[in-house]
Design a protein around this ligand. Structure first.
Ligand code: TXA
Ligand code: MG
Length: 322
């Protein structure tokens, strides 16, 4: 049984001993271990049931602590770090030998993030190593945005869950790196909107992640998926085809008449992207535990955090495609 608590020193001691601890961040909760110790990192893969080809992000208290772990820092990456770190942005940099190959799944690049959550920043300040931390969910399931979400699924294997309250952003970080042509490329749409990155970096390319090719690490098409099938549809048009008693609704702003309210998640009644992102994963978990056969979801406008939310919805629905 794991213990949920707010004691940063307990978390630090366990991490120093090579144990795995769940930590809060502003995006989602992470499953953390000493990134420099391959045996500790191996436990993270094991607890999550995560394939070794899917690399982990390392977390540091500030970007200026990155020096010992990377070979160089391209100008545009530095500019992005100055603008958005700490925050929901992960940057790819060429790693050196201090970072075990297990962390990066053999890639010469390591993903680095400076989380903005005060509890985890304080924890990172106490440690003399970075924390490798994927989202604290079993592989393929919905990412956790509260300590209780972590306990619900990994409570029996973790010694400690550091509780920092509900995540304020609610979707994973945006991942950016340079492609083979030296251009800035977005590898995962996330908590930092693309518009913000364009403002600093100008033109960017956005990688098409609709692939089930495991060679593209962590970009598997089916991800973040509830057990109950989730379909993306025009809810108003399609609802008549379903039994309202056993159908769940996940909509952006609109309540669906005729469907029990307890089976409906409205991401933001006022149409606020930030609120919608905060509610997304908790809403998916809630519906997944209702007694329903199917979840009908609708996409948001492709702006701001709507882009990241839609990406998660599409992946959640991907396992239902034949
Ligand atoms: O917001 C977040 O990024 C959260 C919190 C805990 O920081 N972490 C997170 O980690 O979402 P995870 O493991 O669920 O997703 C990390 C993804 C991998 O699946 C992979 O796509 C990408 O980051 N990644 C990590 N290292 C990489 C590398 N060296 N090259 C390419 N992609 C990498
Ligand atoms: Mg994840």
């Amino acid at each position: 049984m794991s213990f949920i608590g707010k004691n940063i020193s307990i978390a630090a001691e366990l991490l120093q001993k090579g144990e795995v601890v769940a930590i809060p961040t502003e995006t989602v909760y992470g499953l953390a271990a000493n990134a420099l110790r391959a045996t500790a990192v191996a436990k993270v893969f094991q607890f999550k049931n995560r394939p070794n080809f899917d690399p982990l992000i390392i977390h540091l208290p500030s970007f200026d602590k990155i020096g010992p772990y990377v070979l160089d820092i391209p100008d545009v990456i530095k500019k992005l770090a100055d603008a958005f770190c700490p925050g929901p942005l992960t940057l790819l940099l060429k790693k050196n030998d201090l970072i075990p190959d297990l962390v990066t799944s053999g890639s010469p690049y390591v993903a680095v993030r400076i989380p903005a959550h005060p509890v985890t920043r304080a924890l990172l300040e106490m440690l003399d190593f970075p924390l490798a931390a994927p989202s604290a969910n079993p592989f393929g399931y919905i990412s956790p945005t509260t300590a209780q979400h972590v306990a619900d699924q990994l409570g029996n294997v973790l010694p400690y869950i550091l509780d920092g309250g509900p995540c304020t952003i609610g979707v994973e970080s945006t991942i950016a790196g340079l492609n083979d042509n030296g251009e800035l490329e977005i590898l995962r749409k996330g908590g930092l909107p693309l518009e913000e990155i364009r403002r600093i970096a100008g033109h960017i390319t956005v990688k098409d992640n609709s692939t089930s090719n495991p060679k593209a690490p962590g970009m598997l098409e089916s991800h973040y998926a509830p057990r109950v099938p989730l379909l993306i549809v025009d809810i108003d048009q399609e609802i008549a085809k379903y039994n309202p008693e056993t159908t769940g609704i996940m909509s952006y702003t609109k309540i669906q008449p005729g469907v029990p309210h307890k089976h409906q998640v409205i991401l933001s009644l006022s149409g606020d992207y930030k609120e919608a992102a905060r509610n997304l994963f908790a809403g998916m978990r809630y519906l997944d535990n209702c007694n329903i056969d199917i979840i009908l979801a609708e996409v948001l406008p492709e702006h701001d955090l709507g882009v990241a939310i839609n990406d998660r919805l599409r992946r959640a629905s991907a396992k239902n495609k034949s």
